[in-house]
Design a protein around this ligand. Structure first.
Ligand code: PHE
Ligand code: FE
Length: 294
């Protein structure tokens, strides 16, 4: 298939991308100098922000992958590193995929990466994933064996959930949101970022650790599945895991009875804390420690 920008259409949900399911070749020689400059600028900015904020696993993987800082990396070169580390590979796509197609890729150890990059006017924000988010945010941790297995398990779990109704898919999507996209992890030095939605955003990389506004709550799987989320602003709550092993173990049980039970439960708002939550106090010494006011 030839790569092209996604079409959009107006529906009752607003202006939404028309899903394209096909895998394409990354049209590498078609990237403009502006495209490469956008990559270089975003990359340089995150390299400033992420030391001391991103988890060590991410920083180590970033170094091991040797992503080019000055121009958009070639997926086939990254695939050599990835394949050696965890047997994953990237596939280029037009943008967001229908759920089942997406789950199928993950289950097959394929990570779909949007081939196009945002425009210079969208450096800080865009409403759909682009190459910078997908590649810089998601791909490095696929070098980590435990995290990579979690992603594959998620894909298999997704394929299973497809037959279990809309509510099950929604509960599962929240797990992805609050772990893969916006998760925080404890380290000996304090809280660190592993969620790709944060790792690809300079503003949220600071906000999630340093602002007093959001809740930081210890990860609890059913709590997460019940929690609504915002897609149009920084998160109001972040959930904190101790390790990727903990996450992998917590999500190992069969979710079928959990989905059934959750059908009876009310959703929780994005910004609230509820009885039973273990809330990490801001400034408890567990947070980001920059030594000074930020
Ligand atoms: N254990 C889940 C199930 O039975 C599968 C899964 C694993 C889902 C990891 C998400 C993450 O559905
Ligand atoms: Fe994402």
């Amino acid at each position: 298939m030839v790569a092209q920008r996604l079409e959009h259409k107006v529906t009752d949900k607003g202006y939404v991308p028309v899903y394209a399911t096909g895998v394409v070749e990354q049209p590498w020689s078609d990237y403009s100098s502006t495209d490469h400059a956008v990559w270089a600028q975003l990359y340089a900015r995150q390299r400033e922000v992420l030391p001391g904020r991103a988890c060590d696993e991410f920083l180590a993987a970033m170094a091991a992958m040797q992503m080019d800082s000055g121009k958009i990396p070639r997926f086939d070169e990254l695939n050599e590193h990835l394949w050696r580390a965890t047997r994953w590979r990237l596939v280029a796509v037009e943008g967001l995929l229908p759920e089942e197609t997406f789950f199928g890729h993950l289950a097959a150890r394929e990570f779909p990466v949007t081939w196009w990059i945002r425009s210079p006017e969208q450096l800080d924000y865009l409403s759909e994933p682009d190459l910078f988010h997908d590649l810089f945010g998601h791909v490095p941790l696929l070098m980590n064996p435990v995290f990579a297995e979690y992603m594959r398990a998620y894909g298999l779990g997704g394929l299973k959930a497809v037959g279990q109704g809309e509510a099950a898919l929604q509960h599962l999507a929240r797990l992805y949101w609050y772990t893969v996209e916006f998760g925080l992890i404890r380290s000996a030095q304090g809280l660190r970022i592993y969620g790709s939605g944060i790792l690809s955003s300079a503003g949220e990389s600071r906000f999630c650790l340093e602002s007093e506004v959001p809740n930081r709550i210890e990860f609890n799987m059913e709590r997460v599945m019940r929690t609504r989320y915002r897609i149009d602003s920084f998160q109001r709550s972040y959930f904190v895991i101790d390790s990727f092993e903990q996450l992998f173990e917590a999500t190992r049980p069969d979710f079928t009875p959990i989905y059934q039970r959750l059908r009876q439960c009310e959703d929780l708002p994005a910004g609230a804390t509820v009885p039973g939550d273990v809330v990490i106090q801001h400034g408890s010494g567990e947070g980001w420690d920059a030594g000074g006011d930020v």
